[in-house]
Design a protein around this ligand. Structure first.
Ligand code: ADP
Ligand code: MG
Length: 242
């Protein structure tokens, strides 16, 4: 079982902001094709971990390897393998959906980008709105366009930082389907979320960050939402004030 090298690996990863130690010697192994839900209370370091793994911030100490490339030294190679969707959509409101994707395609030096952009707009259900300005889009539509942006350069790995925040129930269901499809398409996914029920249902593995380390790590295949809620309460209760 342990023979395949992990696609995402950290060894003794430490991240501190001045005196605040957010991650304490985190060891993580994520295999290709896994869909990891990353849970934890506010401030537990979920966003920090995704930023570290995507090279947007540097570790205080420890090692990060993505597809065998080491951060921060090989950040360009790592970025080419990663797509990130966060609360900040990174979209230009005064450009159309298509113009936004064309802009990022140029950044990535993609050839034949118009065909790829058409296919992605279709995949995220925005074919009919490709020529509308992004500022006329609902939060759910902006979210879907950010997913298309994250998929543009066909990365192996997708990071989603609290993607359900601010979505209405319909938009959240659409996002469920996009995530399921992304995993079927072979992407390796790490998603931070507070939605325990979705984590148990969608992910293949659930991690809970607590006190700077992984306090819980379990396959999600037979995990019910209530079992996960109990584990979460246990762990985060213990963490209070200690
Ligand atoms: P989460 O995403 O789990 O809510 P974060 O990774 O955003 O947690 O933050 C973890 C801790 O690090 C918090 O206490 C937060 O205030 C702090 N933090 C995050 N980013 C910075 C930063 N750039 N400078 C200083 N402190 C930060
Ligand atoms: Mg966060």
């Amino acid at each position: 079982m342990n023979e395949a090298p992990a696609l995402i690996e950290t060894r003794a990863l430490v991240k501190a902001y001045d005196l605040l130690v957010v991650l304490r010697k985190l060891d993580l192994h994520i295999q290709r094709g896994e869909f990891v839900a990353l849970l934890g209370p506010n401030g537990s370091g979920k966003s920090t971990l995704l930023k570290l793994l995507s090279g947007l911030t540097h570790p205080t100490s420890g090692t990060i390897l993505i597809g065998g490339w080491e951060l921060p030294g090989e950040a360009a190679a790592v970025r080419s393998q990663i797509g990130m969707v966060s609360h900040k959509t990174l979209l230009y409101e005064n450009l159309t959906a298509r113009e936004n994707l064309q802009f990022f395609a140029r950044l990535y030096n993609l050839a034949n980008s118009n065909e790829r952009i058409d296919a992605l707009l279709k995949q995220v259900g925005l074919s009919k709105r490709g020529d509308s300005l992004v500022r006329t889009f609902s939060r759910g539509m902006q979210q879907r366009l950010s997913i298309a942006r994250a998929l543009l350069h066909a990365p192996d790995v997708l990071f989603f930082d609290e993607p359900y925040t601010g979505l209405d129930p319909d938009a959240a269901t659409t996002l469920d389907d996009l995530l399921i499809q992304a995993q079927r398409d072979g992407h390796t996914i790490i998603m931070t979320t507070h939605e325990l029920e979705r984590a148990a249902r969608l992910a293949s593995r659930v991690l809970i960050l607590s006190r700077g380390t992984v306090g819980y790590d379990a396959p999600a295949s037979n995990l019910t939402a209530s079992q996960l809620a109990a584990a979460y309460a246990d762990l985060t209760h213990v963490a209070v004030g200690s």
